[in-house]
Design a protein around this ligand. Structure first.
Ligand SMILES: [Ca+2]
Length: 214
C-alpha cells in the first residue's frame, strides 16, 4: 500500500505519465487538424461548376465612305464600323441545371490585324434588358452592371469574378431561370486612321458555380 502511495506521488513517474498524455494529445490534435484540412479540400474540390463561351462575329472597321445604314441585329458584331458607332447584342443566359447557380462573365478580345482594335472598344453590359430593347434607346436610362474602356486581349473578369464563392457583381440564377444581358461595343470618335479596315472579335466567357454550400 505504501508502495502504491509512493508511486502515485513520485514526481518522476507523474512527469512520465504526463509526457505520455501530452504526446497523445498532440497526436490527436494533429489528426483532427489533418482531418479538417482534408474536409476543406474535399469541399472546395467537389463544387459543381460549368464554363461556356459566347464569341462575337468579327467587328470590322470600315473606310471613310458613305453607305446605307447597317441593319440592326441582335448578334454581336458589325462590318464597316465607323468611329462613333455603337453596336448592341443581346445575350440570353439560361440556368438549364437543377441547382441554383451564380455566374460571372469574363471578356477577351482578339485582334485579327496588327492594330489593337480590341483595345479601342468601349464595352458595356446591361442586365434585365429584353432582346427587343437591346439598343441605344433601350439602355439610355440604365446603368451598366459592368463596362471596360478597351477590351483586353487576355481573359479578364468583367461581371463578378470566376473565383470560387460569392464575389461582388456575381449574378445568381435559380434553376430554370434566365435573364438577358445586353452588350454594347462602341468605337470612340477619337479612333485614328491606323484602325481603318481592321478586324477584332470579342468573346465573353461565362463561369457558373453552385450556390449551395458555397
Ligand atoms: Ca465567384
Amino acid at each position: 500500500m505504501d508502495e502504491l502511495i509512493r508511486e502515485m506521488i513520485t514526481p518522476a513517474r507523474r512527469s512520465s505519465l504526463d509526457t505520455g498524455r501530452r504526446s497523445r494529445l498532440t497526436a490527436t490534435a494533429l489528426t483532427v487538424g489533418l482531418a479538417a484540412i482534408g474536409v476543406t479540400s474535399l469541399t472546395t474540390g467537389a463544387l459543381f461548376t460549368d464554363t461556356d463561351t459566347v464569341s462575337s462575329s468579327d467587328f470590322t472597321t470600315g473606310t471613310v465612305d458613305i453607305s446605307p445604314a447597317m441593319s440592326s441585329t441582335h448578334t454581336l458584331g458589325a462590318t464597316n464600323m465607323a468611329p462613333g458607332d455603337v453596336q448592341f447584342g443581346s445575350v440570353p443566359v439560361d440556368n438549364a441545371g437543377s441547382l441554383e447557380l451564380r455566374y460571372s462573365v469574363s471578356v477577351q478580345g482578339t485582334n485579327l490585324d496588327a492594330p489593337d482594335l480590341a483595345g479601342e472598344f468601349q464595352l458595356a453590359v446591361y442586365a434585365g434588358v429584353p432582346e427587343a430593347a437591346c439598343n441605344a434607346a433601350g439602355v439610355a436610362a440604365l446603368t451598366p452592371i459592368a463596362s471596360t474602356s478597351g477590351v483586353p486581349t487576355t481573359l479578364t473578369p468583367l461581371v463578378g469574378d470566376p473565383a470560387t464563392g460569392a464575389d461582388a457583381g456575381d449574378r445568381v440564377l435559380a434553376s430554370g431561370a434566365n435573364e438577358s444581358l445586353c452588350v454594347s461595343v462602341g468605337l470612340p470618335l477619337a479612333t485614328g486612321d491606323t484602325f481603318q479596315n481592321t478586324r477584332a472579335s470579342v468573346a465573353l466567357t461565362f463561369d457558373a458555380e453552385q450556390t449551395a454550400n458555397n
